[in-house]
Design a protein around this ligand. Structure first.
Ligand SMILES: [Zn+2]
Length: 294
């Protein structure tokens, strides 16, 4: 299977309050299809996506570059460059370096004021540090939910070895960690929101000043980056949880609630791992569920 360009930059879009957003595609990875779709049987998911000969599907490592109130905010950091060759092969990683991806947009790592990591799995938090293990964004505050930082150092067997503890500790030691709790505004028009579900302290990013009554289709409205609560458009059906979700019942409940808000408030959707064009809109189905608008 040949893959298109490693780095691609989306057209900038502006949301309410003058918040500019660009999708920065930082490479590819190939999660195991069975893990990715969890309880959903292959005959259903294979209508949308094809698995390779190793049973993996091709997904993007998308970052968002947000500019608001004179600040630059990078959301997600990809895998970074510290994975072993064996791990990169198993997970099918190509690229994954957020600094290199930013250079493709003409931005340097020193210009980033905030780095938002939706959760501490390798494909989101690996790029918090550079090859030497030091923070890759020297002037940034790294925004992580307190619950997530605590879970990374907790004693739950389920998460042992799968959180990027080394990266978290490096950022903390450098005095650059900003632990937040719940819903927190970083700058006017950019908020993080603890969702849980996928991991204990997973967070989403809400973009655009709140404007009650905003309609879907309004390019001056609001947007959301879901993190792995909804990693691609294929998980918009609320019950299509992944086997990688630590708290699947919570994930279903919070997805249902937030997808409802996305429809009512007209949020555009960005997904960390979607290989297609973004953002997309969400609509309610006649049967009480949700789907993307094609
Ligand atoms: Zn992920």
């Amino acid at each position: 299977m040949t893959t298109p360009a490693l780095h691609e930059i989306g057209e900038p879009r502006t949301y309410a309050g003058g918040v500019d957003v660009r999708v920065v595609r930082a490479g590819w990875f190939r999660p195991d299809a069975g893990g990715f779709f969890g309880v959903v049987p292959r005959p259903l998911w294979s209508r949308f996506v094809e698995a390779d000969e190793r049973g993996r599907i091709l997904c993007r490592l998308n970052l968002l570059l947000i500019e608001a109130g004179g600040k630059r905010i990078l959301v997600e950091t990809g895998t970074g460059v510290r994975m072993s060759a064996k791990d990169r092969d198993i997970k099918g990683v190509e690229g994954g370096d957020p600094v290199e991806a930013l250079r493709a947009v003409g931005e340097g790592p020193a210009t980033i004021d905030f780095v938002v990591v939706t959760h501490l799995h390798y494909d989101h938090a690996g790029g918090m540090v550079d090859a030497s293990g030091r923070p890759a964004f020297p002037n940034a505050r790294y925004v992580v939910q307190r619950d997530e930082a605590e879970a990374a150092h907790g004693d739950e067997l389920r998460v042992q070895g799968i959180m990027e503890v080394e990266q978290l500790d490096a950022v903390r030691a450098a005095g650059q960690l900003a632990e937040v709790n719940g819903e927190v505004e970083l700058v006017p028009g950019v908020r993080v929101l603890r969702t849980g579900g996928h991991t204990r302290g997973s967070q989403a990013v809400l973009i655009g000043l709140e404007r009650p009554g905003g309609r879907s289709g309004d390019p001056t409205g609001q947007a959301v980056l879901w993190g792995d609560l909804i990693p691609t458009r294929w998980q918009v059906p609320t019950r299509w949880t992944s086997a990688f979700d630590d708290y699947p019942i919570d994930a279903i409940e919070v997805r249902n609630e937030l997808l409802g808000r996305a429809v009512v408030e007209g949020w555009w959707s960005y997904f960390t791992h979607d290989p297609g064009e973004m953002p997309v809109r969400i609509e309610a189905t006649e049967r009480g569920g949700y789907r993307t608008v094609d």
